[in-house]
Design a binder for this molecule. Structure first.
Ligand code: ATP
Length: 329
């Protein structure tokens, strides 16, 4: 790649919820910069580091031994100051002070919203890399961290199934996904859940009760219901368990909330390769003078989408709901 010299120095940060594979993305951005003779600054704690000027110059060696590590070496933070124009102006001034002429942000929809505002208000080149376990970003089939999180969830629920079968219990397992059911739907199919409750589908309590009654009659011994944390059934997972226990007293119910283990762990091979490809593409996009875009992957090809479009939520795959319904028979 030939650098047309519009970009001499770039900055990279991770923001929002951490996701396994963010380190592989940082490594890729830093090494692709070095390869193209671009100076690179790593910025700590997301937008907070931009506003407080906590950044340092890094080189290819600075990112050794991180491709296999979970979390983010740059740390992440929720930064309310960046939500105001004044905060973004301070961030811009610090970028200029360091002669940084392009910024790569690794995060989710909130991170991208902030980046578009920075670019709009200060005409500052930004490229986004989707790093979130939720997979709720438009313009990419996969976000960094999603595959690893799915594997963590499946591994945990497989263990729950062992005890569920041994004691003939019904388990409600809550997985992450405040506004999206990608993790719940895919892990639910992978673990053979009898029902999957996701925010995108209004399943309703009656349907859930009907399924459970049918299962009891057909002699299903173990039952797993996967619940996305943002499901809109109107009850949290504990209230839901109590409600079902009252309506179907023949079930012995337990609740398991998987929580933050879903964010951690060493990234899967898939996430490492995805992050590596996206990092290269993000730096090359800046070199080519592009801005306000997110690098994604569609049908296994790198694809750039406008950041504004990227933050309109990725739709759930309706066919997966059908598959799940058929297989839960
Ligand atoms: P995840 O999907 O994993 O939660 P995210 O990037 O959506 O990741 P958020 O906490 O929503 O995580 O956003 C990260 C940061 O982006 C915020 O702390 C804030 O600094 C910035 N940000 C979010 N929304 C806005 C906004 N509307 N305007 C300006 N900046 C924003």
């Amino acid at each position: 790649m030939k650098n047309n010299n519009t970009i001499r120095t770039l900055g990279v940060l991770t923001s929002g919820g951490d996701a396994p594979g963010m380190n592989a993305a940082i490594r890729s951005v830093v090494r692709t910069s070095a390869y193209n003779n671009i100076k690179c600054f790593s910025i700590y704690k997301g937008y907070d580091g931009l506003i407080n000027d906590t950044m340092s110059e890094v080189n290819a060696r600075s990112v050794k031994d991180i491709i296999n590590k979970g979390g983010t070496i740059l740390q992440s933070a929720r930064c309310d100051e960046f939500r105001s124009a004044k905060g973004r102006e301070e961030a811009y001034n610090n970028l200029k002070k360091r002669n940084i002429d392009g910024l790569i942000v690794i995060g989710g929809d909130g991170t991208f919203t902030g980046a578009t505002l920075l670019e709009k208000e200060h005409n500052f080149p930004v490229i986004g890399i989707p790093g979130t376990i939720d997979n709720d970003i438009f313009g990419t089939d996969y976000t960094i961290g999603y595959d690893t999180a799915l594997n963590t969830v499946v591994d945990a629920i497989d263990k729950i199934r062992d005890t569920s079968t041994s004691h003939n219990r019904l388990f409600f397992v809550e997985v992450m996904g405040r506004n999206s059911g990608h993790i719940a739907l895919n892990s639910g199919i992978a673990v053979g859940a009898v029902e999957i409750l996701i925010p995108e589908e209004k399943l309703g309590l009656d349907k859930l009760l009907k399924t459970l009654e049918r299962n009891k009659k057909t002699g299903k011994s173990s039952n797993i219901v996967v619940v996305a944390e943002g499901d809109t059934i109107g009850k949290n997972v504990f209230e839901l368990a109590k409600y079902v226990e009252k309506k179907s007293p023949n079930y012995e119910i337990r609740v398991s909330v998987l929580g933050h283990i879903q964010r951690g762990g060493s990234p899967s091979c898939f996430d490492r390769v995805l992050a590596s490809r996206m990092g290269v593409s993000a730096v090359e996009a800046l070199i080519e003078g592009k801005s306000n875009l997110m690098t994604g992957i569609l049908n296994n090809k790198i694809h750039l989408t406008s950041l504004t479009e990227a933050i309109t939520q990725n739709k759930i795959n309706e066919n997966l709901i059908r598959v799940s319904n058929i297989l839960a028979t």
